[in-house]
Ligand binder design. Sequence first.
Ligand SMILES: [Zn+2]
Length: 89
Amino acid sequence: MACRICGSGKQQEFAAEINIHFRGLKNIDNPSVLAFPNILVCLSCGSSQFTLSETKLAVLAGTAENMELSRDTPTSAGESLKRADETAA
Ligand SMILES: [Zn+2]
């Protein structure tokens, strides 16, 4: 499979541990989510990809939903998560 970013065929899979944090000082009390996915790294451009388990997705979605329900201004969790998605692409 070729890299989706640069088209290189030089990709390798690694074991990884990833600690996912909720952004912003107001989320300092939200625990991070620790995951151990296999990560596919392009050895030409560094682009990497992995898939989280359904369990980890549920934790992220549940915490994000609670953040949405508790937000008191239009500029909070939703926009923060959107920015995180954009930078991950
Ligand atoms: Zn690449």
